[in-house]
Design a binder for this molecule. Sequence first.
Ligand SMILES: Cc1cc2nc3c(=O)[nH]c(=O)nc-3n(C[C@H](O)[C@H](O)[C@H](O)COP(=O)(O)OP(=O)(O)OC[C@H]3O[C@@H](n4cnc5c(N)ncnc54)[C@H](O)[C@@H]3O)c2cc1C
Length: 485
Amino acid sequence: MLNAADLAELKVLLGENGVVASEAALFTYEADALTVARRPPDAVVLPRSTDEVCALVRWARAKKLPVVPRGAGTGLAGGATTEQGGLSLSLNRMDQVLRVDEARMFAWVQPGLVNLWLSQQLAPKKLYFAPDPASQQVSTIGGNVSTNAGGPHCLKYGVTFNHVLGAVVVLADGTAVTLGGEAPDSPGLDLLSVVSGSEGTCAIVTEICVRLLPLPEGVKTLLFDFDSIDAACRTVSRVIAGGIVPAAMEIMDQHTTQLVEDWLHIGLPTDAAAVLLIEVDGPAVTLEPQAQKIAAIAREHGARSERIAKDADERLLLWKGRKSAFGAYGRLASGFTIMDGVVPRTRLAEALANVYKFAAEKQLDAGNVFHAGDGNLHPLVLFDDAIEGQAEHAEEASGAILDLCIEHGGSITGEHGVGIDKAAYMPRMFSDDDLDTMQLVRCAFDPQSISNPGKVFPTPRLCGEVPGRKKGAPPLQEAGLAEVF
Ligand SMILES: Cc1cc2nc3c(=O)[nH]c(=O)nc-3n(C[C@H](O)[C@H](O)[C@H](O)COP(=O)(O)OP(=O)(O)OC[C@H]3O[C@@H](n4cnc5c(N)ncnc54)[C@H](O)[C@@H]3O)c2cc1C
């Protein structure tokens, strides 16, 4: 707990409005979108500049307090939760576009800038920022960089990391350094790649140089519906194998489609086993031939009907449906887990059959909405919080799904990150040596482990333990202070 003198010191650094510490206010910051993991911070601090972040980190370091960076708190892995207390360092007051270089097609932005605001501000210049997580109306670019966020259009354009040229980051000793830069490549070790996706465990990102793209000349959005989810998945693989890489390929199963339609009334076919949303973009003359080829493949695989968005409004409506899917579940279930795993897209159908099976074995319902082109699954396992044991069963089913992703040669996360949620699964995917090597790198950035401690890496591999081949149980485990998952 911070005492009055601590809070007074923080207010000297940040001003009266830069520190929040009342019990009611801290409640807002006690979790991110993984609401099962909760712990209020000792204080929330809201810096306005890189200099203020440096000062805060130096202050926290002297007090040996954890510092947990926070964007919009939409993370689904518990990354922004102050699991060990300390400061929740909210970047929300650093939300400006600092500079746009139209000719060289990049922009410097602050980390608290909401993803969608950037493209909205750039629209008059016919430029945009391509990474588009479904949370883009709320999530911040700093959060996107730190989780290496994906999104529907990352199939064609790549994930956030592919759109970051450079960043100013504050290290655990309170100094600011620039990684990467405005040029397309920087010599030396690529430390920007280490920080991207490190979920706040290496450094705090305070300025970002993002790559901009020209708005595509045209776009065509198509919706197909199928009697089986297998047929929708096979269509996805076949389109890409046929040489077309659409901008996006998204599938919603019947459960999801029904919930979205009940909520938004956008004319989705609720009797279909699956709907497949495909978007192609690029030079206007290329769109119709691509759409025709895709439609032919979909029909070959049993598509019952196709709907082509006739204008920008209909396109937005179809995307609103897809991007509201998680919210639609939120309206219904008293509880659900959302997994984020990856399988090769050629094995999607097989993986999905197992998702439903694992849930059914626990007498639970499952729904699926996913970035099909990337093989990035988001199975939702629904449970009733009022029924004892159901939440645990949902967790077990979700764990089995992640094991399956690994067995299929995929990954335990495609975009949401590891955070608290998946730290225990890291040893299932990585060897001890892999994890030790990652820890060595992390400790080089943050030897005292104050940058978002307790995230990503399974306990008890903490800084201070010497990485390398283990001869016996780790000391913390031997002392009974931590367990190995
Ligand atoms: C409805 C919904 C839909 C979603 N759809 C997608 C999707 O399509 N694709 C996807 O990838 N994710 C998706 N997500 C997950 C989430 O939106 C992303 O992970 C997003 O990138 C998090 O951004 P944020 O600003 O909310 O970050 P937060 O949740 O606040 O933080 C996320 C992590 O980044 C760290 N962090 C935040 N800012 C900084 C910084 N400046 N410096 C260092 N570390 C920092 C935090 O400590 C934490 O570990 C979705 C979430 C929801 C609720």
